[in-house]
Design a protein around this ligand. Sequence first.
Ligand SMILES: Cc1cc2nc3c(=O)[nH]c(=O)nc-3n(C[C@H](O)[C@H](O)[C@H](O)COP(=O)(O)OP(=O)(O)OC[C@H]3O[C@@H](n4cnc5c(N)ncnc54)[C@H](O)[C@@H]3O)c2cc1C
Length: 385
Amino acid sequence: MDFALTEEQQMIQEAARHFADSELKPVAAELDKTADRQLLLDKLKQLAELGFMGINIDPEFGGTGADTVAFSLAITELARGCASTALTTSVTNMVAEVIQAVGSDEQKSKYLSKICSGEYAAGAFCLTEPGSGSDAAAMRSRAVRDGDDYVLNGSKLFISSAEFAGVFVVWAVTDPEAPKGKGISCFLVEAGTPGLVIGKAEEKMGQKASVTNEVSFADCRIPAVSLVGEENKGFRIAAGELAGGRIGIGSLALGIGLEALDRARGYIQEREQFGKKLAQFQGLQWQLADKYTEMEAARLLLMQAAWQKDAGMQFGPTASMAKLYASEKANEACYTALQMHGGVGYTREFPLERMARDVRITTIYEGTSEIQRLIIARHLLEGVR
Ligand SMILES: Cc1cc2nc3c(=O)[nH]c(=O)nc-3n(C[C@H](O)[C@H](O)[C@H](O)COP(=O)(O)OP(=O)(O)OC[C@H]3O[C@@H](n4cnc5c(N)ncnc54)[C@H](O)[C@@H]3O)c2cc1C
């Protein structure tokens, strides 16, 4: 078994690390405090120019053409610098992936280069609704065919980057009579389409610079060619892409957790109490050893899921395990790292309180920890079902 990264994977990891160190770390606290949109947009544009908005997209469409392992490595490094920017990058890559995987040739030519080049600041993934989060197939948004168009009506909630996204991947019910999940279709809606209404931005605990909006559709008319894949077969697109997205969110959680631990490792080697460096207390040494071990295990699970995806194997259950484990353990790592800083860890002088807030959402979005357990258990107990 070969754990070595390829030259391309190493290059992408190093480029992401360099960008995080030089461009994200210096502004992460400010982005958290002010949620300065223009600053975020500038960073997203730079990331697009470096090829991070279409990491897995074919170069024919302006992408980097790298594999999922490289995607995971890049998101981890970016998250070390700024979780909000990493999240926006991860979701935009997921939107591009939907189009690459299921879009028509026309849709690929029309949208992928705009996402990859940064002409579109971001892409938006519109699945969650006020009444359907974990139970996404219970969505109520409707798309009704009318001549050469579809007319969309309904509300979506918690849509990342909606305020500045150039294209929205939207799921809506096209056959209300079909069994649950069987009558849902997937569409592409361009920003600025009449009837596409971007609502308020949520005030959040963390990842404050990433933007999370309500989105509604009021008689929003889109051409029939906006349908992605086949009519009534859209829900499986969402399920498939979310599995890939979970590698992104697990990688993001890993980056925040590792950064917090690195800060704690440095701090306890400097700070003295009881006439000794904190690092000389075995109680802290063992906590550090445990947390780094968990982060390394998370990294291996993520790498396995990414490798399975690249090899065309079933990767959904591993991606769920990786997301579950990485996000839960990264939360613990951030709390441990904050604790090791004592009182200063709780202040804004240090980045630990931001990291503890930023990491919290990773056990919730793109499927909560409970939903990951449900997916894993279903896989394990297939015979029972
Ligand atoms: C900052 C942020 C960004 C987001 N970005 C996007 C985005 O870009 N696009 C998008 O479509 N969505 C997005 N979401 C939505 C996110 O994916 C959902 O919030 C998430 O899937 C959970 O859905 P919910 O909030 O409705 O919680 P609910 O589904 O109401 O769940 C509430 C609680 O019940 C638990 N629960 C639910 N069902 C079960 C079950 N069967 N067994 C055990 N426990 C269960 C859940 O785990 C959770 O703890 C975002 C959310 C946030 C907060």
